[in-house]
Write a protein that binds this ligand. Structure first.
Ligand code: SIN
Ligand code: CO
Length: 381
C-alpha cells in the first residue's frame, strides 16, 4: 500500500489548518512513486462506453472538449491536449489502492480517482472545483498555479468546460513524480504539462442539501414512509380562507421535521444513499458460484479484497444493532457480527481473522457468500 508522507506537518496539522481551508503543496508525499496505470491502459479505458472520459485540447488559442468513448488518438499531435478519465478506481485495483492512503478522511466523503494524461502544453484550463482534491503527480513534470478563493468570474470556454479568469497565484510550482497538491473547493487552479505526464486526482465531495432532500423523497416513496397527513382537530374558524396562517405553517413544517427527527429512518436513508456507488462497478461475478462451505474453506487460504468503488458504510448511530449499508442496501446482522462489519466497512482488505466470530453466524456467511459470488469482494490470490 502507498503510504502518504506529509513531511512538513502531521496529519492533525493538515486537518486542522489546511483541509477545506487552504491549498498546500506536499513535496514527495509519495516518495519513489511509480504510475499505477500506463497511458496506454488509460487510453484503453477511455474507449469503453461505460467509463466517463474527456479529451481537452487547445488549438490556436481556442479550447475544445469532447466526451468519450474514443476510438483513436492518432490525430491529436504532440502538443496541447489532455485525456481525462473519471472513477479509474472502479477499474484498476492498483488505483483503488491509492485511495486507502487518504482514508484519514471517511469513505462517505470520497468521490473518485480521476486520472489525466497530458502532452506538453496540455491541461484542462484555469477552473474552480466544488470538491477537495489531492492531485498526485505521476510521471512527467507539470506546472501548477493556484489562486486565492474569491469572486472569480466563471465562463463556459466550451460546451463541457467551465473556466475562470486569469488569477494571481499563491502557489506556483513545478510538480514531479510523488509530489501532491491539495486544493480545497473554491480555489482557482491551472495545471500545464511540461512533459508527457500523468496526474492522479483523488477527489472528495459532499452532497448539497437539495440532493439529500431529493434522495430522501425517493427513499420515502420507495419504502412507503412519511405517508402521515396533517392532523388538525379543534381548528379555530378561519377568517381569511386564502391565508396559510402562522400556526398552520408551523404544522406543515412540523410534518416535515418529524421525518428529519426520526433518527432510525434518517440513519437508514443516509447509509443507503451515501453507499450508492458513483457509477458502474467492475463486478466480476464468479462463473462457478461458491457455496458457503467452499467460501469458508477459501477464506482459510486467502483474504478478500473489496472491488474498487464499492461503498460500505456504518453509522455510529446504529452499528451496535448490527446494521451496515453496502451499495445502497441495508443489512442487519446479530450483535456478534459487529466487529466483522466494522472491519468490512473500514478496510478494503479483510481476512478470516478480522471476520472472526461472524464466520459462525449463518446469516452473515450467507450474505458474504452473496457478495463474493456477485463480485463485491474477490479473493486476493
Ligand atoms: C487534471 O488532472 O488535468 C485536472 C485536475 C484538476 O484540476 O482537478
Ligand atoms: Co480541478
Amino acid at each position: 500500500m502507498l503510504t502518504l508522507q506529509l513531511n512538513q506537518f502531521s496529519l492533525e496539522d493538515f486537518l486542522a489548518n489546511y483541509w477545506q481551508q487552504k491549498p498546500v503543496l506536499i513535496r514527495q508525499g509519495f516518495p519513489g512513486w511509480q504510475d499505477l496505470i500506463s497511458p496506454d491502459e488509460l487510453a484503453g479505458l477511455a474507449c469503453e462506453p461505460q467509463i466517463e472520459s474527456r479529451l481537452i485540447c487547445r488549438k490556436a488559442g481556442q479550447w475544445q472538449a469532447q466526451n468519450g468513448p474514443f476510438e483513436q488518438y492518432g490525430h491529436l499531435g504532440e502538443r496541447d491536449w489532455t485525456l481525462v478519465v473519471q472513477a479509474v478506481d472502479h477499474w484498476s485495483p492498483e488505483v483503488a489502492a491509492l485511495v486507502q492512503a487518504f482514508m484519514f478522511i471517511p469513505q462517505w466523503r470520497f468521490d473518485d480517482v480521476m486520472i489525466s494524461y497530458a502532452v506538453p502544453g496540455g491541461g484542462v484550463g484555469p477552473h474552480i472545483d466544488l470538491y477537495d482534491v489531492f492531485i498526485c503527480q505521476g510521471s512527467g513534470r507539470r506546472r501548477w498555479r493556484v489562486g486565492e478563493r474569491g469572486p472569480h468570474r466563471q465562463f463556459v470556454a466550451h460546451a463541457c468546460l467551465l473556466h475562470t479568469d486569469p488569477f494571481e497565484p499563491v502557489i506556483d510550482a513545478e510538480l514531479t513524480a510523488g509530489d501532491i497538491l491539495y486544493i480545497p473547493p473554491g480555489f482557482p487552479h491551472d495545471g500545464v504539462t511540461l512533459e508527457h505526464s500523468m496526474s492522479f486526482s483523488v477527489g472528495f465531495r459532499s452532497q448539497p442539501a437539495r440532493n439529500m432532500i431529493s434522495g430522501l423523497a425517493d427513499y420515502l416513496i420507495d419504502h412507503e414512509l412519511g405517508t402521515g397527513l396533517i392532523h388538525d382537530p379543534g381548528r379555530p374558524r378561519q377568517r381569511h380562507p386564502g391565508q396559510i396562517n402562522a400556526s398552520d405553517f408551523g404544522l406543515i413544517r412540523q410534518q416535515m421535521q418529524a421525518v428529519l427527527s426520526d433518527a432510525a429512518l434518517m440513519a437508514d436513508f443516509t447509509g443507503a444513499m451515501l453507499s450508492v456507488t458513483k457509477c458502474e462497478l467492475d463486478l466480476q461475478a464468479l462463473e462457478w458460484p461458491l457455496n458457503s462451505a467452499e467460501l469458508l474453506s477459501r477464506l482459510q487460504q486467502a483474504a478478500l479484497v473489496r472491488t474498487g468503488g464499492l461503498r460500505c458504510l456504518y453509522l455510529q448511530e446504529n452499528i451496535a444493532q448490527g446494521i451496515c449499508y453496502i451499495d445502497g442496501e441495508k443489512y442487519v446482522f446479530s450483535a456478534g457480527c459487529v466487529p466483522a462489519l466494522i472491519n468490512l466497512c473500514d478496510q478494503s482488505w479483510i481476512d478470516a481473522a478480522q471476520l472472526g466470530e461472524a464466520l459462525q453466524d449463518m446469516d452473515f456467511v450467507e450474505a458474504l457468500l452473496g457478495w463474493v459470488n456477485k463480485g463485491y469482494w474477490y479473493f486476493d490470490e
